[in-house]
Design a protein around this ligand. Sequence first.
Ligand code: SF4
Ligand code: MSK
Length: 652
Amino acid sequence: MAHNVLFGNIAQDLATEELYKKAQTENIETLWDRKAALKSQCGFGEQGVCCRICTMGPCRVSPIPGKGVQRGICGATADVIASRHYARMVAGGVAAHSDHGRNIAHTLHMVSSNGRYQVRDDKKLLEVAARWGVSVEGKDINAIAQQVAEMALNDFGKPFGNLTLPGSVPDQRKKVWEENKILPRAIDREVVTIMHATHMGCTADAESMVNLAMRTSLTDGWGGSFIGTEFSDILFGTPVPREIEANLGVIQTNMVNIVLHGHEPVLSEMIVLASEEPEMKALAVKAGADGINLVGMCCTGNEVTMRHGVKIAGNFHQQEFAVLTGAVEAVIVDVQCIFPALATLTQCYHTKFITTSPLAKITGAIHVEFNEKDAFESAKRIIREAVENFHNRKPEKILIPQIKSQGMVGYSNRAIIGQLDRVVNSYTHKSGSFEPLAQCLVSGVLRGAVGVVGCNNPKVKSDYGHIEIIKKMIANDVIVAVTGCAAQAAAKAGLLSKEAVQYCGEGLRKVCELADIPPVLHMGSCVDISRILELVGEVAKILNLDMSELPVVASAPEWMSEKAVAIGTYAVSSGLDTFLGVTPPVTGSPEVTDILTNRMENWVGGKFYFETDPLQAAEKMLARIEEKRANVEKLNIQRMCVTGYDELSPGF
Ligand code: SF4
Ligand code: MSK
C-alpha cells in the first residue's frame, strides 16, 4: 500500500505524527492514506448538486448557472437539490443527537434506589422537574425521575403543540421563531417532516426547505441534546472542574488499556464503575498487568473525563492511532463517529474491537450487546474480554508516544457560576447567576465569547483550525467554550490549562485569575453544546437582549458530521453567527449559499460564514464580535458591586 501523505502534514500534535510514521513503517493504512487514495473527491457531491432521491436519477446538474445541465429529470434545479440535501443532513444530525437524548431519558426512567442507575444529582432533578411542570410534593425521588423521563419522552412524539422549551430561551428569541414559523413541534415529527418534504415531488423551493431545516434543528439544540445533557447530569452527576491529562501518552505500557469511544455515557459509566471493582483489578493483576487504564476518545471520552477524570486518549482523528500504539487491549464503542476501519486495523494488532449497540454493529468487530437492564454485568463481561487479551500483546509492536498535556475539564454551567461566585460580594450581588460574566461583557473587559466545537476533518490538518482560532480569540480577550473533539484538541495543546492565561489579552487574563478558571472552558460532549445555549440564553436574559445581539459567535473549524450541520443550523437559528472551516456541500447553488450566508440574518439575526482559512476566520469572528458589541455597550447597566470585578468594570 502506498503512503502518499507527507510526514508533518497530517496533525498538529506530535503524538499522531509519530504514530503515523510507525504506520508507514508497518505498512498499515490510516484515514490519511484512504483520503489520498480517493485522489480528487467528486465535485458534484462536494457542491451538493448530485441528487439520488429517486431512481430516475442519480441526476448531476451543473453548479454553474446557465451552463451545462441545469435540471434533473424531474426538473429539480441545483437550488432544489442542494437545499434538500442540506435539510437531510440536518435531519440526520438531529436524529442522532436526539436519539442519544431519548436513550438517556429511557435510562432515567429505569432508576431505582438499589439499582445500578440512580439519581446522583437530586438538585438538578428538582430543577428539571420544575421546568417540565412535574409536581414533586410528597413524591419519592425515583418517582419524580420517572415522571420527568416520561414527560421528556412524550416530547419526542407528542401529536399536538410545541416542544417544551427550556426557560433559558429569551422571550425575544421565541418571538423570532414564531414570526419565522420555526417554533419547533415534537422532535420526531420535525425529523419525519424533513424526510417527507425532501421526498421526490415535495418541497422544490430553497427558502422553504431551509426554513423547515431550521425548525428541525431547534429540536436538537433545545430539545434532544438539552434532554441528553440534563438527564445525564441527573443520572451521573453534574460535572465539576477537575484536572485531567490528554493525548496518546496517557496509554500505559504496564496496564490493561481500554479505549472508550463513541457518544452515550450509559455504557461508559458502567465500565468506569466495573473497572473499579476489586474483582476486575485482581483479574488484571493475574493477567500480568498493574491494573486497568481506561482512556477516552471523542464524546464518550468527554463524558467520562468530565465526571470521573478519565484521561483523554484523543479525538476523532486519533481513533486509529490509539490502536497503532500496539498497547490497547480493547476499543469499546457505542454509537457515532466510529471508523469501520477499526475492524481491519485491530486485526493487525492484538486489540479487540468491541461494538455494543444494535445501532452500530460493524462487520469484523466482536459484538457484545450492552443491555441497560443488566448493565453492570454487561460492563464486567466487556472488561473481562480486554483483560484476558493482555497476554496477547506483541512487545515489538508497542510504541506509545510520551506526549500528553494537562488541563481542566468539567465546566458545567453550575460549575461556572460556582467559580464566578468566588469573587462576588454576596451582600450586593445576587450569587448563583451569570451576572458577573454579563458585566464583564458589557464593560468590555471581555470583548466577547465564542463556542469552538466539532470534529476533525482530513480536509484540514488535524487540530490546526481549532487551535489557531482558539489562540487568536483568547489573545483578543474573547473567552472560549469548547465541546466535542475541539475540546480535546484544546486539551492536547495545553489550552485547557490555567497556565494558558499566558496567551490571553489583559482583560481575559484578569477575569481568569479572579475566577480561577482557564481561558478555554471545557463544557463537554457534542450534546453538551446545549450547555452553551443555556449560558448564552441566560446572559441574554440578564441583559434583556436577544441572543443575536450579544457579542457571541460559534465556530466549527474542522466539522465533518451531519450532527455538525444540525448544530450549526440551531446555533444560527438561535441568533449566533456560525463560522464553518469546511465548506458545506451547497455551493453548487448560489441561491442556497446566499440564504445560508446572507439572508438567514434577516430572519433570525445570525448567519453562516464559510471560511476555510482559520486565520481569516478568526479575523472575521473578531470583527463580527466588535460589531455586535455596540448592542451591549449602549446598555446603561447600573453598576453592581462585584468584588474583584470592580477594577475590571470601570464603566459601571
Ligand atoms: Fe433526479 Fe429529480 Fe429523482 Fe433527484 S428527484 S434523482 S433530480 S429525477
Ligand atoms: S465526537 S461529532 S467527531 S466532535 Fe462528538 Fe467529535 Fe464530531 Fe464526533
